[in-house]
Design a protein around this ligand. Structure first.
Ligand SMILES: Cc1cc2nc3c(=O)[nH]c(=O)nc-3n(C[C@H](O)[C@H](O)[C@H](O)COP(=O)(O)OP(=O)(O)OC[C@H]3O[C@@H](n4cnc5c(N)ncnc54)[C@H](O)[C@@H]3O)c2cc1C
Length: 273
């Protein structure tokens, strides 16, 4: 495994009440190999007081005691400038729980993080008639990056669920791109789980979408119950989009840390096998 990239914070900006953009600098030469618009990094949050090997070697770190393991969180690269050695990440600020969200809320110049990756698996194709992009706040950075990469005449329907009107951000809107903001009326972390899954407002909005003719490529990511139990059957079974034309997965699971969410995914995969 290649050594993680050291990212140093240069600035941060509050985009909305629940979204903060953190700008980083680092040696990003190997990021040039990735052309996926959903390219993501695994951010490594080292535990204070623990001495890690220098240079930081993930394989060696994995053999350290469980309580010394760093916390790893997955985030989309929102903007990237390889020659300038800069990238930015949009973090959902979801209250005081967790590691990455609270870290981002107070990130300031000089703060350092390690990042593994990038990974990724989606970029909008030119050989389809239209694009469907669906997300909540956590998937919004990847949707925004996809819109930045769309051809000027590409047709797209974009549905994004956010808390309220002041969580709406500007997106690259071509003349054939229509964006629908679905306002859930509460921050994502304050919503009871009864409103996840098929009851998530985003699912209703996608169900109500006026379907366009022709072939569609879909990118659908957000809260896992809404995506996997609400949107996945709707798009794959009811709308019949071929599996190969859909990038769909949960990005987080209400009430679970990222570690707990990984277990949720494994349980779901086992049940479905
Ligand atoms: C490929 C990929 C790309 C992603 N890109 C982004 C991105 O660009 N920006 C982004 O903000 N997130 C993104 N995520 C989601 C992010 O990894 C998770 O939200 C992660 O759990 C946040 O870590 P944390 O330490 O803040 O909270 P954790 O310690 O993981 O969780 C603590 C608590 O906060 C809750 N929580 C976690 N995330 C959210 C949320 N979004 N809204 C409300 N409550 C939450 C959990 O359910 C839990 O109860 C991405 C995930 C994947 C898989």
């Amino acid at each position: 495994m290649p050594a993680p990239t050291l990212l140093t914070v240069t600035t941060s900006e509050q985009l909305t009440p629940h979204l903060v953009r953190v700008h980083f600098t680092g040696d990003l030469a190997h990021f040039a190999e990735s052309t996926d618009t959903d390219r993501y990094v695994k951010l490594v949050f080292r535990k204070p007081g623990v001495v890690y090997p220098e240079p930081f070697d993930m394989q060696v770190v994995r053999s350290m005691p469980a309580e010394d393991q760093p916390v790893v969180r997955t985030y989309t690269v929102r903007t990237l400038d390889v020659p300038a050695g800069t990238l930015s990440i949009d973090f959902v600020v979801h209250g005081t729980e967790g590691v990455a969200g609270p870290w981002a809320a107070t990130a300031s110049a000089g703060d350092e993080l390690l990042a593994n990756g990038p990974g990724g698996g989606y970029a909008p194709r030119a050989d389809v008639d239209w694009h469907l992009l669906v997300a909540d706040e956590a998937g919004l950075p990847a949707v925004a990056a996809a819109l930045d990469a769309l051809a000027p005449d590409a047709v797209a329907r974009v549905l994004v669920e956010v808390a309220a009107e002041d969580d709406v951000i500007e997106l690259g809107e071509g003349e054939n791109v229509e964006v629908t903001w679905v306002l859930r009326g509460a921050p994502s972390h304050d919503v009871p789980d009864e409103r996840a899954g098929t009851a998530a407002p985003l699912v209703e909005a996608v169900r109500d979408l006026e379907w366009l003719p022709g072939t569609v490529q879909a990118f659908v990511h957000g809260e896992a119950a809404a995506v996997m139990h609400g949107l996945r059957p709707l798009l794959l079974k009811e709308r019949g989009i071929p599996r190969a034309d859909v990038s769909i997965s949960g990005y987080w699971r209400r009430g679970r840390t990222e570690e707990g969410f990984r277990e949720w995914k494994s349980e779901l995969a086992r049940r479905e096998a």
